[in-house]
Design a protein around this ligand. Structure first.
Ligand SMILES: NC(=O)c1ccc[n+]([C@@H]2O[C@H](COP(=O)([O-])OP(=O)(O)OC[C@H]3O[C@@H](n4cnc5c(N)ncnc54)[C@H](OP(=O)(O)O)[C@@H]3O)[C@@H](O)[C@H]2O)c1
Length: 294
């Protein structure tokens, strides 16, 4: 049975869970599920108004923007003040920046990496000293099947998730000796606000994009929305609670797997990507994404 502070000999060990990006989707479902199961949960979001109901559902609620150093420091300090340490960090906050690589302004790319990669790294750095001190910790990083395959029009998102995979592999080795486990979650298509946010990044740019990639970017937006609404997402996808279940499994296990693939869509696409040579993979994705041409 999980609880916040448990005794292992002379030292108190905190298993309090800090989750980023709880205003919607996977973060919200995870906070709800873990609180129901008896974990001490610190649910966080950029705006605490968006998670006030999680407070009523038993979570502690904190403001946390993963692109803001002060905000990250304050949230970690507040959990450490109350619990001694963040026992479990769930790096969930993230979104997909979509669009052909040549067509996306670099400041948008920087924001993508600030959110999906640097926020995750910085929070891990901030929680690790107290995890090491208590000899226990678990860092759960939300990657994606998109951290191990790449779809056109999603180059920056995929690059950010490939970075999460690489960083997690290095960190897992570096902190294991201190009693800290690092786990990667690789969801497939999960019905949340994710697709709308991805499509939104293209729509926001559509006025300036009457260029060579305009049609392609619109096709990427349509394919993204379609995959979740009508396509494979409906049959082989899942809801956010499917990922929440995998996260609870990962933090409850005595010896967690290093990676958890979630949903049939993740297993199918990752198997296809492993089996198909690059050109065949390109031919497969060309059935969905029209190749930009002069
Ligand atoms: N849905 C999928 O198909 C899927 C598949 C694989 C992996 N994932 C990954 O799962 C994670 C959660 O996505 P989701 O599907 O639950 O999407 P979602 O419903 O759009 O939730 C994304 C969350 O991230 C938060 N966020 C964005 N920027 C932030 C920032 N700077 N600081 C703090 N929070 C921030 C959002 O908060 P605001 O409300 O403040 O914007 C929101 O709570 C992401 O890392 C995503 O890449 C999703």
């Amino acid at each position: 049975m999980p609880f916040c502070v448990w005794k292992t000999g002379p030292v108190d060990v905190s298993k309090a869970v800090l989750i980023t990006g709880c205003s919607s989707g996977i973060g919200r479902a995870t906070a709800e599920r873990l609180a129901r199961s008896g974990w001490t949960v610190y649910a966080t979001a950029r705006s605490t108004d968006s998670i006030a109901d999680l407070g009523r559902a038993g979570c502690r609620v904190l403001e946390l923007d993963v692109t803001d150093e002060e905000s990250m420091r304050a949230a970690v300090a507040s959990v450490e003040h109350a619990e001694g340490a963040v026992g479990v960090l769930v790096n969930n906050a993230g979104y997909s920046l979509s669009g052909a690589i040549e067509s996306v302004p670099l400041d948008e790319v920087r924001r993508q990496f600030e959110t999906n990669v640097f926020g995750l790294v910085r929070l891990s750095q901030l929680v690790l000293p107290a995890m090491r001190r208590q000899g226990f910790g678990r860092i759960v990083n939300l990657s994606s099947m998109g951290g191990r395959l790449t779809l056109p029009g999603g180059g920056f998102y995929h690059a950010s998730k490939h970075a999460v995979e690489a960083l997690s592999d290095a960190l897992r080795f570096e902190v294991q000796g201190f009693g800290v486990d690092v786990v990667v979650i690789e969801p497939g298509l999960i019905r949340t606000g994710f697709a709308d946010a991805a499509v939104g990044t293209i729509a926001d740019r559509s006025e300036d994009s009457a260029g060579p990639y305009d049609g392609f970017n619109q096709a990427v937006a349509a394919a993204t929305a379609g995959a979740y609404r009508n396509g494979i997402g409906r049959t082989l996808g899942g809801g956010p609670e499917t990922v929440a279940r995998a996260i609870e499994k990962a933090i409850s296990a005595g010896r967690p797997h290093t990676r958890y693939r979630v949903t049939g869509s993740a297993r199918l696409f990752l198997t296809l990507r492993r089996l198909l040579p690059d050109r065949l993979w390109d031919a497969l994705v060309a059935r969905t994404f029209p190749q930009p041409k002069p």
